[in-house]
Design a protein around this ligand. Structure first.
Ligand code: NDP
Length: 297
């Protein structure tokens, strides 16, 4: 089996390089052109030609325009990468009878209420990034290609930058931190997402009726403030020297950003767990593991 992975160096893409390898021959690309193969999602012509040349059985798209605030002023590029490229991938998947695995976001929802979103809930993005991710999903679903679309939230990996690492750095530099407490979600490890992806692909190859949209997040819920408090408490308990003495809870309105953020980022992953017989660990276990790696504890 031939698998084409796009976005190999992103948080999820990096972990997919590991988890997809045992499934078959893996061709992993980032946006650079290598051996005439192009994984740049803003170059739709070259992207299409690359898929036709490789003829994968499974396309896994971990590449995306993920700069949420910048997307407000670069909406055209966000839509090319997140929506038009998804359409190209879907069309080529149909032509090859290949599977398309794709990632989306809780940002397709409006963020109102406090109930975890179901796959069947009405969408209503509040910013350009969310709108571009939704357009990408819709292009894939409408194409009728065999697809697995995993909507996730608050992704972190041990590699690269993430919220927890930023909190650790700031906790060493400052005595007071102000962190948003009215946005609620579940920090979800790129490693968990990549492992679930590999398991789901294996099963979907045997059961094409599993094609669909799935929510995929760690269990439980927390605010950014609660997440920061957890990270700082872990670091302190494990001997890190921190300057911070108070972590204040603030509202989203006290921290204006170019892109509006949904307050309710909760996703209900029951459909995924039921259809694929999976268990999703609580968010603390993955975050603690990542912190142990980052802090070498
Ligand atoms: P990252 O930002 O870590 O990785 C995205 C990757 O896409 C980067 O390697 C980036 O490359 C690449 N990329 C950007 N533009 C292009 C392009 N034009 N052509 C090719 N590659 C490009 O994102 P994550 O791993 O966190 O996200 C993976 C998926 O999960 C995305 O679909 C995202 O929308 C979704 N998601 C992420 C969440 C999060 O909290 N991070 C939450 C919910 C969903 P480069 O570094 O060169 O720019």
């Amino acid at each position: 089996m031939k698998i084409l992975l796009l976005g190999k160096n992103g948080q999820i893409g990096w972990e997919l390089q590991r988890s997809l390898e045992p499934l078959g021959q893996l061709i992993a690309l980032d946006r650079q052109i290598v051996d005439g193969l192009c994984g740049d999602l803003s170059n739709l012509v070259a992207l299409r030609a690359t898929i036709r040349q490789i003829k994968p059985d499974v396309i896994v798209n971990a590449a995306a325009y993920t700069a949420v605030d910048r997307a407000e002023s670069e909406a055209d590029l966000a839509f090319i990468v997140n929506a038009q490229a998804s359409q190209v991938l879907a069309e080529e998947a149909v032509a090859l009878n290949a599977w398309l695995v794709h990632y989306s976001s809780d940002y397709v929802f409006s963020g109102v209420g406090s109930v975890p979103w179901l796959e069947t809930d009405a969408v209503g993005p509040v910013n350009q990034y969310g709108a571009s991710k939704l357009a990408g999903e819709q292009a894939i679903v409408l194409s009728n290609c065999k697809h697995l679309i995993f909507r996730t939230s608050w992704v972190y990996g041990a590699r690269g930058n993430n919220f927890a690492k930023t909190m650790l750095r700031l906790a060493k530099e400052r005595d007071t931190l102000n962190v948003i407490a009215d946005q609620i979600g579940a920090p979800t490890g790129a490693d968990l997402i990549a492992d679930v992806t590999a398991l789901a692909i294996r099963q979907a190859l045997q059961q094409p009726e599993l094609s669909g949209v799935y929510h995929l997040v760690a269990s439980g819920e927390v605010s950014w403030h609660g997440y920061a408090t957890h990270v700082i408490a872990f670091a302190r308990a494990n001997g890190e020297t921190l300057a911070v003495t108070s972590v204040n809870a603030i509202d989203t309105t006290a921290y204006p950003t170019p892109a509006q953020r949904p307050l309710n980022s909760r996703l209900n992953s029951q459909k995924l767990c039921a259809k694929f017989s999976l268990h999703l660990p609580d968010w603390q276990s993955g975050v603690t593991r990542m912190l142990r790696e980052v802090l070498n504890k």
